[in-house]
Design a protein around this ligand. Sequence first.
Ligand SMILES: [Cu+2]
Length: 285
Amino acid sequence: MQTKKLFLAAAPAAACIAALGAGAPAAHAADSWTYMANLQPVSLNTPSGAASGHFMISIDGDQATVTETVSGLADKLPTDKKTLNALGIPVAFAGMPFPHVQHIHIDGGGTCPAGSADTNGDGVISTVEGQPAYGKIGTTLSTKGATDASTATDVTKAPGGGSFTYKRTFTLNQATLSAIKNNTAVVVVHGLNPTNAPKASLTTPNSLGVTLPGASKKLALIGTAPALCGTLEKSQMSTMPSGGVQTGGGGTSGLQDQGMFYGAGGLLLAAGAVLTVRRRFAKQH
Ligand SMILES: [Cu+2]
């Protein structure tokens, strides 16, 4: 099915090139491309081979359909109180599917961070340390609601668990669309697996100073650091006419600084999601 789709997409693209060559109007319905990313473990953060994923985005005009599968990620949040406390996770979160906020990052180096991105040398690449490589958030790959920065940290709208399939069609913002076409778009899935993450990610508080509601200490790095990463690349030989690429830098002003990103909002929002759990907990005591 995928092959069929790609095959069909290739023909109009070729026709478009021919049309441009003939001096025909550039306006063309062939703005349909498919890009893919092989999601691989982020250096230091996820052991080689421990997790992986495949990400495909089919773009037709400003409509994007993402199909993604991942496996090997952190599955559930711990249940042991001591462990939770050590990680800065409130007991109300115990045993919940581990949230994996994910984004298309844009306008950075268009790459996934290498081990050298660990500038403070603690053995973990934090979200911020990875930014020179993958850039800022362009699109939030949320399960519902907005796909802009407003849901960047909303774990109630993030897929969760060790393996999941994500599929959604949404309107792609111009900044992300441009970055994809400019080869500066990178898919990043966040949240490290406590069972194989670097030790420092378990014992080091996040560098953003985040403390979750109900927690006795700051959230550990595992909650925020990038786990899987992959650069988006055109999936087929169909070459897009370069004249069609919009390279303007507009449209990104509304995107927040990821510096705060996980940190601030991420699990704060999760707190709301577990209110029910919390209540249930309260009744038991
Ligand atoms: Cu991200």
